[in-house]
Write a protein that binds this ligand. Structure first.
Ligand SMILES: O=C(O)CCC(=O)C(=O)O
Ligand SMILES: [Fe+2]
Length: 288
C-alpha cells in the first residue's frame, strides 16, 4: 500500500473536480490477495443482490455495513485509506468545525460490485447522495465513496464515468429508471453542456475517491473480462443519518483503524456470517 499522504494539490483537485484518482494505491500482492479471496468468497455470492438495468442486463452486488476482519474490512479500515478520506471530506473551510464537533471518519457501507463478462449491466446517471438523502443524512460534503479496482476497469468492460465538477451542482432530483434510481435526465443533459464527461479507467490496485454529489454512471460490460471493484462509502460522526436503517449504526461509529500492512500480514479471508450485516434488497429505503 502506498504510504504517501495526499498532497495539498490532490486535495485541491478533489475539491475542484469532485474526484481524485490515486494510481497504484495497492501493490500487486495486495490486489492478488483481494481478488482471489473475492472470487472464491461464498458469502459474497450468497448475499449478492441482482440489479437489472433498463435493458435487462444484470449486475451483482453484495453490500454490508459493519467492516469486519476480512480482507475487505482490513482495507477499508486501513490507516492510509482513512487518512486519505479524512483529508478529503468536508473541504478545507469546514474541516476545523467538523473536527471540533467530533467529526471522526466512519464507514457507512461497502459493496463488492461484480460486473461479469457479457452480462454485467449498466448503472444509470446518479449521485450517491441522491440515495443517501433518503437516509436523511444532511451534509453531503461529509460523505464520499472510494472505489478500489480489483480488476482493470476500462471503456470495454464498463468503467465508471463521471461528470467533472458536477458535485458543485448540489443534489439533483432522482426518480425511477427501471429497477434503478437515476438522476433527472434534464439536469444531466444540462451539466454535459459545459462540464466534461470523463471515463475513469483504472488498473487493478488504483483507487478513485469521489464526492457524494458527483454525477456518475457506467455502461454494461460487453467484453469478455470481468469488472470487479469494491466501493466503500464514508461519513463523519457529525453527520447523522436520521433514516439510516442499518442496525449496526456503522455510519456514525468511528472506525477501528488497522495498520496498512494488516491486509497482507494478518490472517484474513472472506466475509463471515456473524458480524457482517448484509443489505437485503427490500430493507433499504434508498433502493426503493
Ligand atoms: O460500479 C459501478 O459501475 C457504479 C456503481 C455505483 O455507482 C453505485 O453503486 O452507487
Ligand atoms: Fe454510485
Amino acid at each position: 500500500m502506498t504510504t504517501e499522504s495526499l498532497t495539498s494539490e490532490q486535495i485541491q483537485q478533489y475539491n475542484q473536480d469532485g474526484y481524485l484518482i490515486v494510481r497504484n494505491f495497492l501493490n500487486t500482492d495486495e490486489v492478488e490477495k483481494l481478488y482471489h479471496v473475492a472470487i472464491e468468497d461464498n458469502m459474497v455470492s450468497k448475499n449478492a443482490i441482482n440489479v437489472n438495468d433498463s435493458t435487462g442486463k444484470r449486475s451483482k452486488l453484495s453490500l454490508w455495513y459493519k467492516p469486519g476482519n476480512d480482507v475487505y474490512g482490513l482495507l477499508t479500515r486501513s490507516q492510509q485509506l482513512i487518512d486519505s478520506v479524512d483529508a478529503l471530506l468536508d473541504g478545507e473551510a469546514t474541516r476545523s468545525v467538523a473536527t471540533q464537533s467530533g467529526g471522526t471518519v466512519c464507514h457507512f457501507h461497502s459493496k463488492l460490485m461484480q460486473k461479469e463478462p457479457l452480462v454485467g449491466g449498466a448503472w444509470e446517471w446518479h449521485q450517491d447522495y441522491g440515495y443517501w438523502y433518503k437516509n436523511e443524512f444532511l451534509l453531503p460534503d461529509q460523505m464520499m465513496s472510494v472505489m478500489v479496482a480489483i480488476t482493470d476497469a476500462n471503456r470495454e468492460n464498463g468503467c465508471l464515468q463521471v461528470i467533472k465538477g458536477s458535485h458543485k451542482m448540489g443534489r439533483v432530483e432522482h426518480g425511477f429508471s427501471g429497477e434503478q434510481v437515476g438522476a433527472s435526465q434534464r439536469y444531466v443533459d444540462l451539466a454535459l453542456k459545459t462540464m466534461e464527461l470523463v471515463y475513469v479507467e483504472l488498473k487493478a490496485g488504483d483507487v478513485l475517491f469521489f464526492h457524494s454529489n458527483i454525477l456518475h454512471r457506467s455502461e454494461a460490460n460487453l467484453s469478455d473480462k470481468p469488472r470487479w471493484s469494491m466501493i466503500s462509502c464514508y461519513n463523519r460522526t457529525s453527520n447523522i443519518g436520521y433514516n439510516d436503517s442499518a442496525s449496526s449504526m456503522s455510519s456514525i461509529t468511528p472506525i477501528d483503524v488497522v495498520p496498512n500492512d494488516a491486509l497482507l500480514t494478518w490472517e484474513a479471508a472472506g466475509l463471515s456470517e456473524e458480524g457482517a450485516d448484509f443489505l437485503a434488497k427490500e430493507a433499504d429505503v434508498s433502493l426503493k
